[in-house]
Each structure stands twice: as structure tokens, then as C-alpha cells.
Design a protein around this ligand. Structure first.
Ligand code: NAD
Length: 394
């Protein structure tokens, strides 16, 4: 069929198989054009189908030569519905890995569940023996807890309501938005979903099964951002979850002698999740423009390659800040970039947006996440939407 983007709010409900393949192929080519990283050899990537997790899997495989096991939560095509972008990305990844003789298998299921953890352990035992890297890159709206109840994460403040400028990305107009505070229960639930409990559960399960190599590295991703987003991010309900993620990294390193756990603080990028956070898309579109003008803009793949090459697996020890965190937001937080954005923010109106915000770049990234607007892809061509992930259903 001919596949076109269908957006509902800030979600695109279709994905293009050829476009997604091309996205992954381009990320693989980028990594292969860079110097090799002397890194992990057997990696488990949780949240491996899109964004930072997919990029981590690509760098593990195509720069370090690692065998990869990916955990994803995606939908295959069904009747007139296309598969999710993550499904097509994973099919592309496995195909490209196989062409280079690299082991790549995938489990499609709920990473929070015991069943998926057991399945992963069984596959590691059977095929790899042990893993030496675990990337934890989940971004989930909800979690089914071990007792069967389901809790959801919220994007709210803690404490007072917060009013600031935001943008309607469709009409490109500025307005004010007020974000209400989360209840204590909502904060607790957000920590259950986006904090570090499940990360630590994974490490404990893998440790108990004896499938962690000596000197295993594990990394999870976080965000800090500028002061103007602190009430909604760093000090908001999601920030409380990220605080828990950091605390769990310290506990993991202390409690599991064979594991070193790190938090990598990454750059703000367009994803389905970030489009839904008030204020943040406006910040991101100013940031993109400022970083592109300085030649400092990076997407997920450039961020993750630099993470592996310069910070996580350099010769010698990982490079961290005084709190032990890896700072991949170092370029985003450069004083001249932040100063420029904060000056613009004080006089923000529709004309400032027109002249200084990269809304086109925002939308380009948004559509490209779903395989649309990729140069070289002929979107008038009929495509088969039913694409198999080779290792699923084996
Ligand atoms: P994303 O939505 O692109 O990727 C999330 C992945 O998690 C997908 O592969 C999805 O299939 C998987 N997933 C979701 N629920 C799952 C479940 N129950 N079981 C198995 N897999 C599941 O998100 P992203 O932006 O790449 O975010 C990854 C991490 O990076 C998050 O912790 C996020 O907070 C962090 N981060 C993101 C940004 C940003 O600007 N996007 C910046 C810094 C840090």
C-alpha cells in the first residue's frame, strides 16, 4: 500500500517501512564511518527500538562489534495498520547486523515483566553465556507492577503550579500554559515507571542467574536541562523519577561487585515523549537553531557514538562529573548557547519564533522518527507493510 503520515495530536499513527529502514541504514553508515570503539562484546539493550536505545544498539554492534539482544515493545502490521516505527527499525537493524555477520536477537514484550526477564536470561545463557553491557533506555507511560496493578507516569510539577510560555507547533504561535502540581501518589507512580527500580530488578535477576560478566557496565539515560524547564522537568514529577534512577545507579555499583552503573545525562531531542511536555518543544526548537548555527547539533546517533567513544569506553576510566554522571549535555549547556536562549526567552513572541526557532527542524525530526520525509525515499511507491523481524517467531 501507499503509506502516508497520519498524525493525531502529537502522535503519528503510521510508519513507513522503507523510510525506517533508510533511517537505520544511515545511522549504521554514520557509525561505520567513525573510528572503532573498544567497548562491549555482548550487549543487552532495553528499549532498543527507537531514540537513544536504538542508537546505543547500533553503536554497540557496528562500532564495538558486539552481539546484541534487544528488548522492545512494538506492534507488527495488522490489516490496514502499519507496524510501529520501532518494529520496522528493529527489522532493519537485524537485517543490517546479519549482513555484517553480527549476532542480533530481539524480544518483543513488556520489559517490566518477570516473563521477559526470564526469557532474556534464557537467551543469554543459551547464546552468549554472559553480557558485559546493559543499556537501560526505557521511556514508558505506564508500568504493570509485580502485584498486577498498573501505574502511570505524569509530567507535572511538584509544589506550586508553574506558568510559562509554550508553543503550538502546528500554528507556530506562542501562548502561556500552566502546569499543575502532581499529587504525592502521582509522584510515587511516576518514580515506579521512570525511576530506577526496574533497572535494579534487571541487574539483580541477571546477577542471580550468573549471566553478568566480570566488569559489566550498565548505563541509563537522564536529562537536566536549563533553569527555565526545571519546574516542569528537573524539579517536576519526572525529575523525581530521574533522581531515583541516579540513586539506583549508586546502589547497583555498591551492591553488585561485578557491575559499574552510570547515568548519562543526554541532550534534549525530539521524541514522541518530549513533544508532549509543555514548554520543552519551544526550548528544543530554539536550542536546535542555536546548536545548528554553531555546528554543534547532534541527533541520537551522534550523541551515542560520542558517549561510547569519548566518555563511557575511552582508554582508561569513564569520564564523569563530580557526582559520577556522564555529561552528554555538555554542548547543549555551553554558556553561550544557554545565554542566547535565555535572552530570546525574555522577549519571546511570534516574530522571535519565526526568526530564531527551528520549527522546521523540529517537524523534520518528528516525521523522520516515523520514516517520513527521508531524502531518497519514493513515497508514491507501493510498499509491503508486513515486515518480519527475523529473530521473532524463530
Ligand atoms: P523513545 O520513546 O524513543 O524510546 C523508548 C524505548 O522504550 C522504545 O524502544 C520502546 O519500544 C521501549 N519501551 C517502552 N515501554 C516499554 C516496555 N514496557 N517494555 C519494553 N520496551 C519498552 O525514548 P527516548 O527519548 O530514546 O528515551 C530513552 C531514555 O532517554 C529515557 O529514559 C529518557 O528519559 C532519556 N532521555 C531522553 C531525552 C530526549 O530528549 N529524548 C533526553 C535525555 C534523556
Amino acid at each position: 500500500m501507499i503509506v502516508e503520515p497520519k498524525t493525531r495530536g502529537f502522535i503519528c499513527t503510521t510508519a513507513h517501512p522503507t523510510g525506517c529502514f533508510e533511517n537505520v541504514r544511515r545511522e549504521v553508515e554514520y557509525v561505520k564511518s567513525q573510528p572503532h570503539v573498544d567497548g562491549p562484546k555482548r550487549a543487552l539493550v532495553i528499549g532498543a527500538s527507537t531514540g537513544y536505545g536504538l542508537a546505543s544498539r547500533i553503536v554497540s554492534a557496528f562500532s564495538c562489534g558486539a552481539a546484541t539482544l534487544g528488548i522492545i515493545f512494538d506492534k507488527p502490521a495488522k490489516g490496514p495498520r502499519t507496524a510501529s516505527a520501532g518494529w520496522y527499525n528493529t527489522a532493519a537493524f537485524e537485517k543490517l547486523a546479519a549482513a555484517d555477520g553480527l549476532y542480533a536477537k530481539t524480544i518483543n514484550g513488556d520489559a517490566f515483566s518477570k516473563e521477559v526477564k526470564d526469557q532474556a536470561i534464557e537467551m543469554i545463557r543459551r547464546d552468549l553465556g554472559t553480557i558485559d553491557l546493559l543499556v537501560y533506555s526505557l521511556a514508558a507511560p505506564r508500568r504493570t507492577m509485580p502485584d498486577g496493578t498498573t501505574v502511570s507516569s505524569v509530567l507535572k510539577t511538584t509544589g506550586d503550579p508553574f506558568t510559562n510560555k509554550t508553543i503550538d507547533l502546528k500554528t507556530r504561535s506562542i501562548s502561556e500554559v500552566t502546569v499543575e502540581p502532581a499529587t504525592d501518589e502521582e509522584v510515587r507512580d511516576t518514580v515506579h515507571v521512570m525511576g530506577g527500580e526496574d533497572w535494579k530488578d534487571w541487574i539483580a535477576a541477571l546477577h542471580d542467574a550468573g549471566v553478568l560478566a566480570p566488569n559489566t557496565v550498565t548505563v541509563a539515560y537522564s536529562y537536566i536541562g536549563p533553569e527555565l524547564t526545571h519546574p516542569i522537568y528537573l524539579n517536576g514529577s519526572i525529575g523525581m523519577a530521574k533522581r531515583d534512577l541516579y540513586n539506583k545507579s549508586v546502589e547497583i555499583t555498591k551492591e553488585f561487585p561485578e557491575v559499574s552503573a552510570y547515568i548519562s545525562v543526554n541532550k534534549a531531542l525530539v521524541t514522541q515523549a518530549s513533544a508532549a511536555i509543555p514548554v520543552v518543544p519551544l526550548y528544543i526548537s530554539l536550542l536546535y537553531r542555536s546548536m545548528k548555527e554553531r555546528g554543534l547539533h547532534e541527533g541520537c546517533i551522534e550523541q551515542m557514538y560520542r558517549l561510547y567513544h569519548e566518555k563511557l569506553f575511552p582508554a582508561g576510566q569513564p569520564v564523569t562529573d563530580s557526582e559520577g554522571r556522564i555529561r552528554m549535555d555538555d554542548w547543549e549547556m555551553k554558556p553561550e548557547i544557554q545565554q542566547e536562549i535565555s535572552d530570546l526567552w525574555t522577549r519571546l513572541d511570534d516574530s522571535v519564533v519565526r526568526d530564531h526557532a527551528d520549527i522546521d527542524g523540529y517537524w523534520e525530526d518528528f516525521y523522520q522518527m516515523f520514516g517520513f520525509q527521508i531524502p531518497g525515499v519514493d513515497y508514491t511507491k507501493d510498499v509491503d507493510t508486513e515486515v518480519a523481524i527475523p529473530s521473532i517467531g524463530e
